[in-house]
Design a protein around this ligand. Structure first.
Ligand code: SF4
Length: 187
């Protein structure tokens, strides 16, 4: 008898619980746009592929470390496979010989994808004003954010990441990306 009573009470409680959840769900509503929700997920889960060729590659490591902790921006999952990354971080000097490899890696990344050029060498060739050095990786791939410096400070790199996050959030048009064509494409 007492067991039945207990079971009855428990069932009454559970139906009351369900009712209160129903009531709560009527008392508020969360509305958003699907594209805003997707952009929120995208900007807070960037997976970088560090294309480190020189000192800036080492500098990028300090951004990953506990002091500057890029994980605070959701971008700590470094991938060395282009198919698992959506943020190409070009960190260092790019030679003419290396440029087709950079393009190949960029092409292998899945959409949506972004490029951050880290430091003077990646952005402009730096002090290597020489025939064998690419005078900026934007000569071959579309760059979304340029981070100045030689080397850039970790704060500057984080600033670049935050700028990119703002671009994703505001759905900023990227004509440099939309109109990009591989310079090595066969005619
Ligand atoms: S910008 Fe400066 S620190 Fe970065 S790769 Fe070039 S020389 Fe090295």
């Amino acid at each position: 008898m007492s067991t039945d009573l207990a079971a009855g009470t428990s069932s009454a409680n559970s139906s009351l619980g369900t009712q209160s959840v129903d009531d709560m769900s009527r008392s508020f509503a969360l509305t958003t746009r699907l594209d805003a929700l997707v952009a929120w997920g995208r900007r807070n889960s960037l997976w970088p592929l560090p294309y480190g060729t020189a000192c800036c590659g080492i500098e990028f490591m300090s951004v990953m470390g506990p002091r500057y902790d890029i994980a605070r921006f959701g971008a700590e999952v470094v991938r060395f496979s282009p198919r698992q990354a959506d943020l190409l971080v070009v960190a260092g000097t790019i030679t003419e010989k290396m440029a087709p490899v950079l393009v190949r890696i960029y092409e292998q990344m899945l959409e949506p994808k972004y490029v951050l050029s880290m430091g003077a060498c990646a952005s402009s060739g730096g002090f290597y004003r020489a025939y064998h050095v690419l005078q900026g990786c934007d000569k071959v791939i579309p760059v979304d954010v340029y981070v100045p410096g030689c080397p850039p400070t970790p704060e500057a790199v984080l600033d670049g990441i935050m700028l990119l996050q703002q671009m994703i959030r505001s759905h900023q048009p990227r004509p440099w990306k939309d109109n990009w064509k591989s310079p090595y494409e066969q005619a």
